[in-house]
Structure formats: structure tokens, C-alpha cells
Design a protein around this ligand. Structure first.
Ligand SMILES: Cc1cc2nc3c(=O)[nH]c(=O)nc-3n(C[C@H](O)[C@H](O)[C@H](O)COP(=O)(O)OP(=O)(O)OC[C@H]3O[C@@H](n4cnc5c(N)ncnc54)[C@H](O)[C@@H]3O)c2cc1C
Length: 385
């Protein structure tokens, strides 16, 4: 058994080396999906970009997640509509669908377009999913309602199928984006932690560290709450039971099977909710035990666990991303706060913040305004994976 992420354990080529003389136009802090997509977009627009990552490319949540490539946001469609309005919600969903197409064009074999299955565990969740299904259909989005599920899914009363979603090898995707960024001139410094904005020498700095405390965000620091998620990958098994991403209990459980037969399963942080609000990237027996029992109950026998790992994501009180200028800090930008739903959103927000830096802000940025975290009104933390 290894304590490394199954995704990060995949062998990979070294990054192409690009070197810049002098100060960059923009420094990007964080080598995950957000930082890499932002750096790539800025360099493609002709800017000189340097990217810093404390560990290795994809070493944070981007190489430690469940691998789901989902459209939309962390909150269900009707909940998001309550918080940012029907028009902005529809715009956000359309935008994530379009960005998923862009991501697919760059991902190659790091993405499979399988669709995803959001499962109801009881009648209450069934009603919530049905409400979401109806809201999606009214707004013109593709979605399918499923009942009478078979085999290991027969315990679930209903499910909502999202046909355009997919499943990633996320570390492969992000390494690919980083290589592409280096090819267009981004100078990438792995194993380099930025200790202050000033030390980058750049007039514009984008902090793309999501749940990992960067120490660079002043008053905003900690308001994107570091939250731990844990995952297991089993031994390969013969039968293919869960070919597409499955998630239930409001996203607290998520699992799917790799083409090699391994089951990747994550979640269950609600078995120890308080201890999982942390940036300490370790696995714990209580959550790991719950994951093992969950897999056993769905497969009908215990499986050997070959990989166990943890990662940190950034949770925000309203489940809306945090993208834009950092209030009161000239030249400092942030993109993060995806509340556990950040692979498509991170790719999209990296490009969104790049466009804003280039002087072309999107109207969605009004909803993503970082300053709202400083005066949040009525905060609520509903469940999410
Ligand atoms: C267990 C788990 C499961 C998840 N499952 C899914 C899923 O299936 N689908 C989905 O869409 N989302 C999922 N998420 C969320 C998703 O992984 C994240 O939202 C996304 O990866 C965030 O990407 P990012 O680039 O913004 O941040 P990260 O990938 O976390 O990268 C931030 C990087 O910043 C670096 N850093 C921090 N401070 C500094 C500094 N001062 N200097 C230099 N570098 C610094 C860190 O080392 C880190 O590598 C999951 C998250 C976790 C933890």
C-alpha cells in the first residue's frame, strides 16, 4: 500500500524548460489546474509569465482528487439560483459546459466523456435531485432522470444523469497543461514556495492556491476554508461495476472504476466533520475505514487497498468561486474557492482571471467577487464532498 495519490504515481516526462530574463509581467502562485490554465492563457496572449509551485505540478488537490469532470458549481442548480440569481446561474452552467469542451480539446486521453450519475440515497435526496432535474430541463440543459437502478445501485431510489460530464486522470491533465504552458514560454519553478508577493518582482500576481494556505492573501487568508478530503484506490478487479463517476449523499460519497479495474472512492468526511476542516494532508483511520466499508458493501467483498491519500480543497460559505482582485491590494488577484468541485471550474476560472488581468473582465466575475468574503452576511455550510 502506498500513501501517494494513485494519479500522481503515474510516471511522467520532465517539463520542458523555459527561461525568462528579469521580472515577469505576471507571477502565478500555485501549480494546480487553476494556476496552469491561467499561466497558459496569459502566455498565449503574449505576456511573460513565471509560475511557482511549493511541491510539484499537480501536487495539491489537482493531483489528489476524485477525478470527476463536472459541469456547474458545487451547489445544486436551484440553490445556486437562490444565491446568485437565475440568469447568472444559467450563465455559469453554460460557461462550464463550454469550458469542459475546451478542456476536452487539450486533455487527450486524460479525459473520458462518460457522463456522471448523481445518486439519491433516500426519498429526501430523491426530491432534491428531482427539483434540480426539473430546474435544469426548464433552463434548457441536458439531463436524464433514472429510476429502477440495477445491481449494486438497486439500493438507490433514483439518480440524475449528467450526459456531458466526464472522468479525468487529473494529474496527467495538469502535467499536460503545464507542459503546454512551458512550450509557450511560461517559466515554471517547482519546489519553490513564494513567501511574499514582493519577492516575485512582478507587478501582477495571481494566487491560485485554492484550499492550501498561501500566506499571501492578507485579510482573505483562511476565508477560503482549508478542508481535507480522503480517497482510496483498490486492487484491480475483473468485473466492471462503476464505469462512470457516481456520487451520492450530497457529494459526501464519490466513486468510479478505472479502465484497469481499480475502484477509486472518496469522501466520508462527514464521519468526522470537525477534524476534516484542516490543511493537514494526512489520511485518518476513521475516514479510511468508512471508505473501505463503503467499497466492500458495493462490491460484495472486501478489496485490498493499494493507494490511500488525502488532499485539501477550499470551501466557501456560499459555494461560489472566489475570482478577481484582492480588495485593497494593487496588482494582486485570486482564483479559487471551488468548494470541492474545482477541476472544470479551476480550468475555467484560471482562464477567466487571465482574461480579467488582460483587461477583458467577464460579467460572471460580479458573482465571484472576492470582497464578499469579508462581509458574508448569513454564512451557511451545507454538505459537499
Ligand atoms: C480529495 C479531493 C477530492 C476532490 N474531488 C474532486 C472531483 O472529483 N472533481 C472536482 O471537480 N473537484 C474535486 N476536488 C476539488 C479539486 O481537486 C480542486 O478544487 C482543484 O484541484 C483546485 O485546483 P487549484 O489549482 O485551484 O488548487 P490546487 O490543485 O490545490 O493547487 C494549489 C497549489 O498551490 C500550492 N501553493 C500553496 N501556497 C503556495 C505558495 N505560497 N507558493 C507556491 N505554491 C503554493 C500548493 O502546493 C498547491 O499545489 C477534490 C478535492 C479533494 C481534496
Amino acid at each position: 500500500m502506498t500513501a501517494t495519490s494513485y494519479w500522481l504515481a503515474e510516471p511522467h516526462d520532465p517539463l520542458p524548460a523555459a527561461r525568462l530574463d528579469g521580472a515577469p509581467d505576471v507571477a502565478v502562485v500555485g501549480g494546480g489546474i487553476t494556476g496552469c490554465s491561467c499561466a497558459l492563457a496569459l502566455a498565449e496572449a503574449g505576456l511573460r509569465v513565471r509560475l511557482y509551485e511549493t511541491r510539484e505540478i499537480a501536487g495539491g488537490a489537482s493531483g489528489r482528487n476524485g477525478g470527476f469532470a463536472l459541469r456547474g458549481g458545487a451547489a445544486p442548480y436551484p440553490v445556486l439560483a437562490e444565491s446568485i440569481g437565475a440568469e447568472q446561474t444559467a450563465a455559469l452552467w453554460r460557461w462550464t459546459e463550454a469550458e469542459l469542451e475546451e478542456l476536452a480539446a487539450m486533455a487527450g486521453d486524460a479525459l473520458r466523456r462518460t457522463g456522471s450519475l448523481r445518486l439519491a440515497v433516500d426519498d429526501e435526496e430523491r426530491d432534491e435531485l428531482r427539483e434540480e432535474y426539473e430546474a435544469l430541463r426548464v433552463a434548457g440543459f441536458a439531463a436524464e432522470w433514472r429510476e429502477n437502478l440495477q445491481g449494486p445501485l438497486s439500493r438507490y431510489p433514483a439518480a440524475l444523469f449528467h450526459p456531458t460530464d466526464g472522468v479525468l486522470q487529473p494529474a496527467r491533465l495538469v502535467r499536460r497543461l503545464a507542459a503546454r504552458a512551458a512550450d509557450v514560454g511560461v517559466e515554471i519553478h517547482e519546489h519553490t514556495r513564494v513567501g511574499s508577493v514582493g519577492e516575485t518582482g512582478a507587478e501582477t500576481v495571481v494566487v491560485a492556491t485554492d484550499g492550501y494556505p498561501s500566506g499571501l492573501l492578507g485579510e482573505l487568508e483562511g476565508l477560503v476554508i482549508p478542508t481535507r478530503g480522503q480517497v482510496v484506490a483498490t486492487e484491480p478487479i475483473e468485473e466492471m461495476l462503476f464505469e462512470i463517476p457516481h456520487y451520492g449523499r450530497h457529494g459526501f460519497d464519490y466513486w468510479h472504476q478505472r479502465p484497469d479495474g481499480r475502484i477509486v472512492a472518496g469522501g466520508f468526511r462527514d464521519v468526522s466533520l470537525d477534524t476534516e476542516f484542516t490543511a493537514d494532508e494526512i489520511t485518518t483511520p476513521v475516514v479510511q475505514g468508512a471508505l473501505e466499508r463503503f467499497v466492500e458493501s458495493h462490491v460484495g467483498r472486501p478489496l485490498r487497498i493499494d493507494y490511500r491519500w488525502a488532499g485539501i480543497f477550499g470551501l466557501v460559505f456560499d459555494f461560489v468561486p472566489v475570482v478577481g482582485r484582492v480588495p485593497g491590494r494593487d496588482g494582486l488577484w485570486v482564483a479559487g474557492g471551488y468548494s470541492g468541485h474545482g477541476m472544470v471550474l479551476g480550468f475555467a476560472c484560471g482562464r477567466l482571471v487571465a482574461r480579467a488581468v488582460l483587461g477583458d473582465p467577464d460579467p460572471l466575475l460580479e458573482a465571484f467577487e472576492p470582497g464578499r468574503l469579508l462581509t458574508p452576511g448569513e454564512a451557511s455550510l451545507a454538505p459537499t464532498g
